[in-house]
Design a protein around this ligand. Structure first.
Ligand code: ADP
Ligand code: MG
Length: 393
């Protein structure tokens, strides 16, 4: 699960991490009020969408008057922002964050991520901030510094100093950097985050003084831990998520939308991945990933069909079940219910194997409905791809 920048900054503030003074606004008037409350003569108006790359796309604007704050907020709210991370359809801006503009001396990248190879939180930093870290990784990998954290002892001061030195921080900024990194680490652990990305972390000047400030923050949280993270789940913005994915999670289904035209209903994430591969291997394109899990009731299977069919690109559905805990007869009953109640107009290719397979096949055969059956995944995928090719041509 992701959150908006303004939520990330509110969260970080509670961890005593330095963030600019700011406020969220849902209208131009409110934005002007926030700017007045902040005071000063320079503000930054920032579109709040889950995707990054807003700066380059016109979603981050430096303004010099309250009137300009108002106009900028008015233009942003209700507009669709297209960044390199949103895809061509863009994201609708519902709110903006107005914050104090900083005088930036230098920008850095700072990230905390779970490295799946070492299975440990790794701090990643670079002196090349404000730009895409992926580009830095390609063009100048030596400019990326990594420090792996031992979970038994946590992030140590010497590690923070090593990172800070590596990106060129020194003097008075050093203790600030150490404190900031340790707070981020604590926040990551407390909130079950998978990733925190600060880009940019900036050295800003306030009069003669220099200090570290977080100008942008992105979080990604572990969905499996949300049950114990009430503060985080309250930040969920369903408008930013695919409505099919939201509905699916309500039914205990694991659904991820893709951009092809063959709907997939499968049990188990591994088999689902294999099914997507098989479709692709035969020259087709999957429309989604959907895992019905174990012990799927007929109702759950019907709901799975309904969610898959909400995608108008779907031209055929591939059902691939290798039943262990599942029961093929329940799957078959669910598919029949779906055909009866949902008026399915696209062909259904069904491959059943495992528990109660004979019963399942019998139920399908005796239903009088036009299921296309297959003995194994390979033929099922080939059939689904062939059908879609015929209908699309
Ligand atoms: P995104 O990553 O989505 O493009 P950022 O919040 O990182 O959005 O903003 C893009 C750039 O805008 C930053 O790299 C920074 O140079 C500038 N910026 C952002 N916030 C401020 C601020 N409060 N004061 C001055 N400049 C800012
Ligand atoms: Mg950024």
């Amino acid at each position: 699960m992701n959150i908006h920048e303004y939520q990330a900054k509110e969260l970080l503030k509670a961890y005593d991490v330095p963030v600019p003074v700011g406020g969220v606004a849902y209208s131009d008037k409110q934005a002007a009020q926030v700017a007045e409350d902040i005071g000063g003569s320079k503000w930054v108006v920032k579109a709040q969408i889950h995707a990054g790359g807003r700066g380059k796309a016109g979603g981050v604007k430096l303004v010099h008057s309250i009137d300009e704050v108002k106009k900028t907020a008015d233009a942003m709210i209700g507009s669709t922002l297209v960044t390199h991370q949103t895809g061509p359809e863009g994201a609708l801006v519902h709110r903006v964050w107005v914050e104090q503009a900083s005088h930036i001396k230098k920008e850095f990248y700072l990230g905390l991520v779970i490295d799946r190879v070492t299975q440990r939180i790794t701090v990643v930093a670079s002196s090349e901030g404000g730009v895409d870290i992926e580009d830095v990784a390609k063009a100048a990998p030596e400019k990326i510094i990594k420090e792996v954290v031992d979970p038994a002892i946590g992030l140590r001061d010497f590690q923070c100093r090593k990172i800070a030195t590596g990106i060129g921080l020194k003097g008075r900024l050093m203790p600030q950097a150490v404190k900031l990194m340790k707070s981020l680490y604590r926040c990551m652990r407390d909130k079950d985050a998978l990733q925190i990305e600060i880009n940019p972390l900036a050295i800003v000047s306030i009069g003669e003084e220099e200090k570290l400030l977080i100008l942008d923050a992105k979080f990604n949280f572990d969905d499996n831990a949300l049950y114990r993270q009430r503060v985080i789940t309250d930040m969920r913005d369903l408008a930013e998520e695919d409505p099919k994915e939201v509905e699916a999670s309500g039914h205990g289904l694991n659904y991820i939308a893709l951009d092809g035209n063959i709907g997939c209903i499968v049990n188990g994430a591994g088999l689902a991945m294999a099914s997507l591969d098989a479709i692709t291997l035969h020259g087709g394109r999957p429309a989604n990933f959907l895992d019905v899990g174990g012990g799927a009731s007929p109702e759950k299977v019907t709901n799975a069909c309904r969610i898959v069919l909400q995608d108008s690109n779907v031209k055929a559905i591939l059902v691939n079940i290798f039943a262990g805990i599942n029961r093929c007869d329940w799957i078959a009953l669910g598919l029949i219910q779906a055909c009866k109640h949902l008026q399915i107009k696209v062909p259904l290719v069904v491959r059943l194997a495992g528990t109660n397979v004979e019963e399942g096949r019998k139920i399908l055969a005796e239903s009088g409905l036009a299921f296309i059956t297959a003995e194994n995944l390979d033929t099922a995928a080939a059939k689904a791809v062939a059908i879609v090719k015929e209908t699309v041509l």
